[in-house]
Design a protein around this ligand. Structure first.
Ligand code: KIV
Ligand code: ZN
Length: 521
């Protein structure tokens, strides 16, 4: 069962079923369909889009996803009950590839307190419902719920019964996130060796993260020969969540030589998918979340920044660009050194003498002590003050916003065009203050700016907390993202917007300079 080279691990995504069971994560059918399209684009092998009997909305989502996505297997989820199976069979009727996933508790705790059934009754239910489902669909996955607290004897009995009735995939879930990696892996080894028919079926792992072990347990299951792993994007799910898709996939991708396995996931779609799920579910991603967290590829310590600038692999084991993550590895803060500062201003085409760099460094450290990070625009302001000039195309000189609970919001802004020296005022309105700010600022920019995304964070606590806004815009189809920091979050948004426009102007200037140079040569 072990040491098979490059075994293909099938990624079973249950973001839309188990993930959606996370408190507050429920999705509308249209949202499920959008996420399912992205999951298919990312290359998952199976999608479990919902629980068809649970609501008309879930039924409709599973049905529409089955009708639309033909390059991925669709799984209909059901309790071991005829009505559930009928609904799952009907909802997945038009899928090009499908399976029915049926579950029934097997631990004594669940039998005694939840199902109030005897072991014999449970075996009978499992047997008869697998036989019932098998009339309609060939691929039947069976999950003995709370398997890791069931004990071998009864677990084997249930599994033998369902194999005998035609179950083709055994998913053995760690429903309550209780198992340790070695235990979980060994459980699959014992099942395969001891259960009658155990070597005729496929195996699937399904781990919850109550002890933070969902990924480790899933990897242990893979090492024990499992070929399907059930995961959710961003690890969303009941309580502490499920095995995180991005963490599992990147553990396999990064260590595939050691593990001898691979997945079919298109890693460049991982970040987009994570963002989409986080946005639609309204679940923020922790800064330090592996792979997709904002800090996952960012470095602030001077010694790390110095190493990275010499060679990326000194402190990074994955290339964020391969995950579709825009590269911004160096965060300028109070731990940053001169080397990182020189490198960052160099990226803006600024070359400083040793004295200028020293002067900039002193100013930079003062700013970094005041607030946690120094944004690119602030850095360029400091450069401007040091070398007495303006480094950026536009400077936001004034923002005024009028908000009210029942009237249109109004904003006025003043922006200086540093090339012409001209300062102009603009005003705009909107249903919310952000719309009003964006409306007024867009008039100030000599380019067609599409406001596409906004993230807000608090950088400190208490009444005097500083707000950080990250604004993403697109100009001529190219995306620019920048940050603004201010005690007033609306001002931070305006600053971030102008910074993103400055980035776009810089790129525009560089491409114009390139075009002039090539026409001159
Ligand atoms: O965690 C669990 O046991 C489940 C099953 C029903 C597969 O989600
Ligand atoms: Zn689960």
């Amino acid at each position: 069962m072990e040491n098979i080279q490059n075994r293909r691990i099938r990624i079973f995504d249950t973001t839309l079923r188990d993930g959606e069971q996370a408190p507050g994560a429920s999705l509308y059918p249209e949202e499920k369909i959008r996420i399912a399209r992205q999951l298919a684009k990312m290359g998952v092998d199976t999608i479990e889009p919902g629980f068809p009997i649970s609501s008309p909305g879930d039924f409709q989502a599973v049905q529409q996803i089955s009708r639309e996505l033909h390059n991925v297997e669709i799984c209909g989820f059901a309790r071991a009950m005829k009505a559930d199976i009928d609904a799952a069979v009907r909802a997945t009727q038009d899928a090009a590839q499908r399976r029915i996933h049926m579950f029934l508790s097997s631990s004594d705790i669940h039998l005694d307190f939840q199902l109030r059934k005897s072991r014999q009754q449970v075996v009978e239910m499992a047997r008869s419902m697998v036989a019932y489902a098998k009339q309609f669909v060939d691929r039947i996955e069976f999950s003995p719920m709370d398997a890791t607290r069931t004990g071998d004897e009864f677990l084997f009995e249930v599994l033998e019964a369902v194999i005998a009735e035609g179950a083709t995939i055994l998913n053995i879930p760690d429903t309550v996130g209780y198992a340790l990696p070695e235990e979980y892996g060994n459980m699959f080894r014992r099942v395969r060796q001891s259960v009658r028919g155990g070597d005729t079926v496929e195996y699937s792992a399904h781990c919850h993260n109550d002890l933070g072990l969902a990924v480790a347990n899933s990897l242990a299951a893979i090492a024990a020969g499992v070929t399907h792993v059930e995961v959710t994007v961003n690890g969303v799910g009941e309580r502490a969540g499920n095995c995180s898709l991005e963490e599992l996939v990147m553990a396999i991708e990064t260590r595939k030589m050691t593990m001898g396995v691979e997945t079919g996931i298109i890693t460049s779609e991982v970040f987009n998918t994570s963002k989409m799920v986080s946005r639609i579910m309204g679940f923020p991603i922790a800064y330090n979340k592996p792979i997709v967290g904002r800090n996952a590829f960012q470095h602030e310590a001077g010694i790390h920044q110095d190493g990275l600038l010499k060679n990326r692999s000194t402190y990074e084991i994955m290339d964020p660009e391969k995950l579709g993550i825009p590269r911004s590895m160096i965060i300028l803060g109070k731990h940053s050194g001169r080397h990182a500062l020189k490198h960052r201003v160099g990226q803006f085409g600024v070359e400083l003498t040793a004295e200028e760099l020293d002067a900039l460094y002193t100013r930079f450290k003062e700013k970094a002590d005041e607030q946690k990070i120094v944004t690119d625009d602030q850095l360029m302001e400091l450069v401007g003050a040091t070398v007495e000039g303006h480094m950026e195309a536009f400077t936001l000189t004034h923002v005024h916003v009028v908000s009210s609970s029942d009237r249109e919001r109004i904003a006025s802004v003043s922006v200086r065009n540093n090339e012409t020296g001209e300062e102009q005022a603009f005003s705009g309105s909107g249903e919310g203050p952000i719309e009003a700010i964006v409306q007024s600022l867009s008039q100030a920019m000599p380019m067609n700016v599409v406001f596409s995304d906004l993230e807000l964070h608090s950088l400190s606590t208490g009444e005097k907390a500083t707000g950080e806004a990250e604004v993403t815009i697109s100009v001529n189809g190219e995306t620019f993202k920048n940050t603004g920091i201010d005690q007033d979050i609306l001002v931070a948004i305006a600053k971030a917007y102008v910074s993103a426009c400055n980035q776009a102007a810089r790129v525009q200037r560089q491409s114009e300079a390139g075009a002039t140079a090539s026409s001159a040569s």
